[in-house]
Design a protein around this ligand. Structure first.
Ligand code: MN
Length: 525
């Protein structure tokens, strides 16, 4: 009976890989992270929208709070299957079962360590005792759930013969899924491939398809995604992932990496998933925000540098054909794909100008602008879109006048009753027109955003805003990233400097100036 739940997910013409996302369980165990109830619910709702087959919601026996959070998630999620983890002991299983009892589709995920080091130092149990506990737990859990999974913790450091014995015992006891875990990120892709292949050969239930192999890989040696893909290639039908690869220590296989590899290299893997990959940027922003961690710019699929090109040769290629130096199409259209620096060539500059202003320069104008750009680029680390638009206006190519900061200052008022920030902002354009705005807020950010909205009346929605500080003994520098949406288009900007408020306004103006030019707004906006 319980096999049907998984079989119904797999039995499609193209072999389908079930994604069990464990952001809310393994991800929640990342050092320094523990999601609040509200954050967990927000993430669960996004996971369901992403099309995750099984959402691992938590470890109910770990605390009363965790139990209640899982109950809340269960009441809100109707399409995805809810999984909870339990150790292979009756008390844990009962708590886990209680937490998901109202779920439409229930999945219990038991765990039992199998490697020699875990048997000896953690469990102090013999092989026979471990097999008996695991099989008994599976039988007990079956009465509470639609499907039961049991993980052999530290599978990759377990003797192969014992791992086979374990898999045979738990599948005979009724386990629908066996999780082969590279718990400490020890395995290498080729080795992991052979492990899964050999388990399918030696464990009848895997060969016949009456039980499913799941793979759960950690990233200690940077192999989590590679091992997961190797496991799938060897016949695993379920992959356990987290968003952004968060998780214990170096984390888990990242869902966005695994799914994108399966999509881009469909010719190689011949499998599909039900994941809506266009939601990855939104998912990355959410996880980044709730953890207050910045996504590394080079992080595959979702990093801010991934769709950007800086070298002149690459910009030239990309301007001609966007498959020359990139295999993944961005899920969103961002106007910041070319980063201009002294590495940029004429073709890259022309393309960037097209991206930020919609203007296609003729060769004569392009050469003039390019020589001025090169002079600026030798002086600065990177050239902003405002810098470029100013050059175009000065040459008479652009009518719209470009705004920059004339003066900005703020102070905070702190008393026993309140703490408020006041911002005064003065802007000037190249024709000498000025705008002044002042505003008050609970934070300096709230105040500055209010002031900018007073200065420019169009509806720019800030969808992502993060800053990272870097310090040495004598100085502090900051990298600021903002992403905004205006009329369905994404405008992103990144800046470096020492004063975050100034950086924010400069980035905002980079975006405002592009919008003014693109929509040919007049200066009275
Ligand atoms: Mn894990």
């Amino acid at each position: 009976m319980t096999h049907n739940l998984h079989n119904s997910l797999i039995n499609v013409p193209e072999r389908k890989i079930i994604i069990l996302d464990t952001t809310l369980r393994d991800g929640d165990q990342s050092p320094g992270m523990a999601f609040s109830a509200h954050e967990k619910l927000e993430i669960a709702i996004l996971l369901e929208r992403l099309g995750v087959d099984i959402i691992e919601a938590g470890f109910p026996a770990s605390s009363r709070g965790e139990y209640n959070i899982v109950r809340e998630i269960t009441s809100q999620i109707k399409n995805s299957i809810i999984s909870v983890m339990a150790r292979s002991i009756p008390g844990d299983i009962e708590k886990a079962a209680g937490a998901i009892k109202d779920s439409v589709k229930k999945h219990l995920h038991l765990t039992m360590a199998t490697s020699p080091i875990h048997r000896k130092y953690k469990l102090n149990k013999s092989k026979d005792e471990i097999i008996k506990m695991a099989a008994d737990s599976v039988k007990f859990a079956k009465s509470f759930a639609d499907s039961v999974e049991i993980g052999a913790e530290d599978s990759t450091r377990t003797e192969f013969n014992f791992l086979c014995e374990f898999c045979i015992a738990v599948t005979e006891a009724g386990a629908d899924v066996v999780n082969i875990s590279d718990t400490v990120g020890y395995s290498q892709p080729d080795e992991f491939f052979r492990l899964i292949k050999n388990l399918r050969k030696h464990v009848h239930a895997f060969g016949s398809g009456s039980a499913v192999i799941s793979v759960h890989c950690h990233n200690d040696l940077g192999m989590a995604t590679a091992n997961t893909l190797s496991g799938i290639l060897a016949g695993a039908s379920q992959a356990e992932t987290t968003l952004l690869g968060i998780g214990e220590r170096a984390g888990n296989a990242a869902m966005e990496e695994v799914v994108t590899a399966l999509n881009i290299r469909k010719n190689y893997y011949s499998v599909s998933t039900g994941i809506r990959s266009e939601l990855f940027p939104e998912a990355a922003r959410l996880i980044s925000r709730v953890n207050a961690i910045r996504v590394h710019p080079c992080k595959p699929v979702v990093g801010s540098n991934v769709y950007s090109h800086s070298a002149g040769i690459h910009q030239h290629g990309m301007a001609m054909n966007d498959e020359t130096y990139s295999i993944i199409k961005p899920a969103i259209t961002s106007t910041s794909r070319f980063i201009l620096s002294r590495h940029s060539g004429l073709k890259g500059l022309k393309e960037k100008i097209k991206q930020i202003s919609g203007i296609e320069l003729n060769d004569k104008d392009a050469k003039v602008i390019y020589s001025q750009f090169k002079k600026e680029a030798d002086k600065k680390k990177s050239i902003s879109s405002t810098d470029i638009l100013k050059l175009l206006h000065n040459k008479g190519i652009l009518k719209s006048s470009i705004w920059s900061i004339k003066k900005i200052y703020y102070f905070d008022v702190k008393s026993s009753e309140k703490h408020e920030f006041s911002v005064f902002l003065e802007l000037i354009n190249q024709d000498g027109m000025e705008k002044k705005a002042n505003a008050v807020g609970m934070t300096k950010w709230e105040a500055i955003i209010k002031a900018l909205k007073l200065a420019f009346h169009f509806d720019i929605k800030i969808i992502d805003f993060s800053s990272s500080l870097f310090a040495d003994e004598s100085a502090l520098s900051e990298r600021l990233h903002i992403e905004t949406e205006f009329e369905g288009n994404i405008y992103a900007d990144e800046s470096f400097g020492s004063d975050s408020l100034v950086l924010f306004v400069e980035s905002y103006l980079n975006i405002v100036n592009q919008i003014i030019v693109r929509y040919q707004f007049t200066d009275s906006v």
